[in-house]
Design a protein. Sequence first.
Length: 344
Amino acid sequence: MMIHTCGRRHGFLGRVVAPLIERRRRLKQQIVSKGDTADRQQNALKWLLVTCFGYTGYRNARFGRIEAHEAICAWARELLLQTINLAQQQGWEVLHAIVDSIWIRDVQGRSLQEQYDSAMDLAQEVHALTGIPLEYEATYRCIAFLPSRVHSGGSLTKYWAYGENGMKVRGLELRQHSTCPWVRELQKQALQILADSDDLLDGIPSPRVQSSVQRFLLAEVKRLDTHQLLPRELIISQRISRKPTSNSSQTVAMLAYQRSQSLGFPIELASKVRFIVCPKDSRNPMQRVILAQECEHLGHPLRRIDLDYYRRLAVRAVWAVLGPFGWSEEDLLETSITRLDQWM
C-alpha cells in the first residue's frame, strides 16, 4: 500500500503532539529513580500520546482519519526495518522488535563492555538516520517470549527477562490487575527461582532448575488442595464495563456484580468487583462467587472454593514461565519424570 505524506506543511496532529513529545523527552532526562516525580509525569504524557494515536483510527473521532492512522503505522514499520538492518550490519541478531523497542543479541563473541559500546554506537546511528533518539535500557541474562496459543509462532507482547536491572515482565498474570494475590506471588516466585540460579545450559536455565519451578508449583497446588490459603489470597478483581442483560453470558464477574447488587453492595459501572470463585450451583447461580466484603476479614481458610478453577490459574501462570522451554500445561502437573531432559 502506497502512503502519501506531505512534506510541505506541518499537519494538525503533528503540531499537537510535538510539544508533548519534547516535554516527555526532557522529563525522561530528569528521572533519578523509577517512580519519582519526573517518571510519573513522563508516564502520564506517554499515555496521553498513546490515546492520541488510538483516536486517529477511531471512526467516530472528530479529528480522526484512518489514512492518518495507516500512515503512522507505515512510517513506524519503515523506521523499525531500518533499525533492524543497521543492527544486523553491526553484528547483532534481532530477537524481537515491536512499536518502540528492539531486543538484540551479540553474534560476534564480544565482551560485555564491547557489546555496550556497540549498542551505544547503534543508538547514535539510528538517531542520525531517523531523527528518533534510541535509549539503551539494560543488558539481560535471559529473555523468553511465550509461545502463542493461537498459532505456531511466538507471542509479540508476552515475554519476561531478567538481568542487571532486575526483572522485566510484559503481558503475564503478574502484570494483570485481575490476578489474585496467590497466583501473582506464585508467578513472581517461579520467575525468581530462574533468576537466582546460575545453573545454565546454552545460556538458559538448565532442566534441573526448570524442574525446581515445577516442584514449587506442585507444592503450592497442594496448599490450595488442602485449604491452607486465606481468603484474601484468592480474591479476583474484575472491572464491570456494562450492566448484565437477559442475554449476557453468566461469567463469574457478572455473577459477582449481580450478587453485590442483591446484597446491598452496589457497584458503579467501570468500577471493580472483588470476589472468590466457588463451585457451581445449578439451583442458585449467584452461589458461584463470594464477595470480598463477605470473607476477606476472615483469618481462616474457606472450604467452599472452586479448586479446579484456581488450579488452572496457577498452572497457566507457571506455564508462562516454563512454556518457552517446551513445557506443556499437562507436564506441569506430572508428579513422575516424563521428560527426557529431567533425567539430566
